[in-house]
Ligand binder design. Structure first.
Ligand code: FES
Length: 213
């Protein structure tokens, strides 16, 4: 018990009155403890990965065997919301490819959302291109826009190619003269791909009829 209006420190002997200064010190200490616990929690929250491996927003690791052969139709990965495209020599030489976006052989993981207003575009095998059902934007397998109201090429996700020891052999790089990501070369010793759906690389500006800057 304490007298009315007299505080007692936690764990202090009952009956020993607490001065105003001591009481304020305890209060300050308790406030700091609460603040530091909160700050630590916030730091931990930002330090932890937000998304698990294999869910959209996180990283997808695929064996090289899952790659479609060069120049084949794009492979659909709905859980990662991307098309995996293997650009070979035939795709590089496609006459429809706009001259402003020369291609190199390699792999791209192309985000499935149309860069015009966000619809899901489709692969149309008979026309060998992606087409958006909403307003008619059209894109080549490379991700380059060739028609419609979209004003840039399709976005893609960052890729790393790994060997058996987990070393990075090649990765998406910014293409010279463009903000767009490059095709990623697959060296012979590659065993897997890491596709980071939390790192999206915007397609380059493209607004001319037929595609181009
Ligand atoms: S949302 Fe695709 S063309 Fe408009």
């Amino acid at each position: 018990m304490t007298d009315a209006g007299v505080q007692t420190a936690p764990g202090a002997e009952a009956g020993v009155p607490l001065s105003r200064r001591e009481f304020l010190n305890y209060l300050w200490g308790a406030s700091m403890a609460v603040f530091l616990a909160g700050a630590g929690g916030v730091t931990l929250w930002f330090a932890l990965p937000r998304f698990r491996e294999g869910e959209f927003g996180g990283v997808f690791t695929l064996p090289i065997a899952n790659l479609p052969p060069p120049d084949s139709p794009p492979a659909d990965f709905p859980e990662g919301r991307f098309w995996l495209v293997n650009i070979g020599d035939i795709t590089v030489q496609d006459e429809r490819q706009p001259a402003d976006y020369p291609l190199e052989p390699g792999v791209k993981a192309i985000y499935k959302v149309c860069v015009h207003l966000g619809c899901l575009y489709k692969w149309v095998p008979t026309n060998d291109r992606f087409e958006c059902p909403c307003h008619g934007s059209k894109y080549l397998k490379s991700g380059s826009r060739i028609d419609g109201p979209a004003r840039r090429n399709l976005d893609m996700f960052f890729i790393e190619v790994l060997d058996a020891a987990g070393n990075v052999l090649s990765r998406t790089e910014p293409r010279l003269g463009s903000q767009e990501g490059s095709s990623v070369v697959i060296p012979p010793e590659a065993v897997s791909l890491r596709i980071d759906t939390g790192r999206r690389v915007s397609g380059a500006s493209n607004s001319k009829p037929g595609g181009g800057i």
